[in-house]
Design a protein around this ligand. Structure first.
Ligand SMILES: Cc1cc2nc3c(=O)[nH]c(=O)nc-3n(C[C@H](O)[C@H](O)[C@H](O)COP(=O)(O)OP(=O)(O)OC[C@H]3O[C@@H](n4cnc5c(N)ncnc54)[C@H](O)[C@@H]3O)c2cc1C
Length: 406
């Protein structure tokens, strides 16, 4: 490793990888991407990788629409003929019961159309044509996004890393940032970040990008910044994903479903091998340390999801659990990411808090963050995601209350 780079990016998840690629694509700056393990060994590797534009925060829709274009033509977007993001254009259905959510859904669909999304309200008959397995008797409003789908999070991240390497980015796996290097400043602020310390030595950087997701607080603490860690306003939780088998194969082209009729805002989509994959849109289990995540799926959650999926799709009544895994969410107070220069630490740029929905936005976020770092105007204004917004009470709250569909 060299002793210095223009940009050092800590964290080789989809966000760090996308930022690295775009910095190299847009400039001739020297860039190093460091992960403490293998690329994609954090939350990205556990992701369900659903890509939909249904949000009520306008900038989230704008970022996702740009990202969707990338997923739909990944090789073209990255300029590489051998990368693969595994996008499946299954479409996306969103179901609401009667009441407030049904009104919000109609409003949101109109708002997204105004932003250029291909989305509409459809009736139960059309929804059943698109997804014949569904029982929709209790559903009052249905949104439909034909262009949406899901992808392969590992393939996507590796694609960015491959393309970044070919543009000169130095990628170091099994290379943890042990701490941020701080130099005293005449202040305020009293210190600035000048690089990172790794087991292979110190590395200087004009700017360090922290993209370590659920490990952001830990990096602050290890750098002697425990007080500043509080201002991150970051909570970490454990999310469980379950797969269930069925009497007939659940085809890969069946639309993804978001079910707002249940309290946990369940979502489901095709999984490998003809199974269905089910997750929840709620907080999950609070987690002190993302490295101490128990892998077991709680029995009461399995029973609940089995009942919920069986009620929505009778073919899954009593369906056997075929697999499960867990992954960490990095959750901010408004369930939206933090993007911008760290307020009290010049030399550090923060990209964390993707709150369970960052995969779908990562292509556009990587480009916009890179543009900002290079002093250009980003395609989408990132100001709404500034770190200071919590203390300024300028939260980016969504129409459906707290949750990843903000
Ligand atoms: C179960 C689950 C399901 C999800 N489903 C969806 C979905 O359907 N759609 C969607 O859009 N989003 C989804 N998400 C969210 C999405 O996957 C994440 O928001 C996104 O992947 C976050 O990427 P990241 O790069 O910020 O973080 P991560 O992927 O967590 O990457 C952080 C990286 O930093 C590394 N690291 C940590 N500490 C250090 C250090 N000190 N030095 C160097 N490296 C370090 C880690 O090894 C890791 O590779 C889901 C997440 C989970 C967990």
């Amino acid at each position: 490793m060299r002793s210095g780079y223009d940009f050092v990016i800590a964290g080789g998840g989809v966000v760090g990888a996308s930022v690295a690629f775009h910095l190299a694509e847009l400039s001739d700056a020297s860039v190093a991407l460091l992960d403490r393990g293998e690329v994609c060994s954090g939350g990205t590797g556990r992701s369900c990788a659903i890509i939909r534009s249904h949000y009520s925060v306008a900038s989230n829709t704008a970022l996702t629409l740009r990202s969707l274009d990338v997923f739909r033509d990944f090789r073209e977007a990255l300029g590489e003929g051998d990368v693969e993001c595994g996008f499946v254009n299954s479409g996306y259905l969103i179901l609401s019961g009667p009441g407030a959510f049904a009104d919000q859904l109609a409003d949101n669909l109109a708002r997204q159309r105004a932003l250029g999304a291909d989305t509409s309200s459809i009736g139960r008959a059309e929804a059943r044509e698109r997804h014949p397995w569904l029982e929709l008797g209790d559903v009052a409003a249905i949104g439909w996004e034909p262009a949406s789908g899901y992808a392969d999070p590992v393939g996507t991240t590796n694609g960015y890393v491959t393309a970044a390497r070919r543009r000169g980015v130095a990628v170091f796996e099994n290379t943890p940032v042990e701490r941020l290097r701080l130099a005293p400043a005449s202040g305020p602020p009293a210190a600035r970040v000048t690089g990172v310390t790794t087991p292979d030595g110190d590395v200087e950087a004009e700017c360090v990008v922290s993209a370590v997701g659920p490990w952001t607080r830990g990096l602050y603490a290890d750098s002697g910044l425990s007080d500043d860690a509080e201002a991150l306003r970051l909570q970490v939780s454990r999310h469980v994903v379950l797969t269930f088998g069925s009497v007939a194969p659940y085809g890969p082209e069946l639309p993804i479903v978001k079910d707002l009729t249940v309290d946990n805002k369940m979502y489901f989509r095709p999984a490998d091998g003809g199974d269905v994959l089910v997750g929840t849109g709620d907080f999950g289990d609070p987690l002190e340390d993302p490295d101490r995540m128990t892998a077991a799926a709680p029995r009461d959650l399995v029973s609940l999801q089995q009942a919920q999926i069986g009620a929505r799709m009778p073919a899954f009544e009593g369906a056997p659990l075929t697999d499960s895994w867990v992954g960490p969410y990095d959750i901010t107070p408004d369930w939206n990411p933090v993007l911008g220069p760290a307020p009290s630490l010049p030399g550090l740029y923060l990209a964390y808090g993707f709150s369970g929905h960052g995969f779908k936005m990562a292509p556009a976020i990587g480009r916009c963050v890179a543009q900002s770092l290079l002093g250009e105007a980003p395609d989408v204004d990132l100001e709404p995601y500034r770190p200071e917004r919590f203390e300024q009470e300028a939260l980016l709250l969504g129409a459906y209350g707290s949750g990843s569909i903000s």
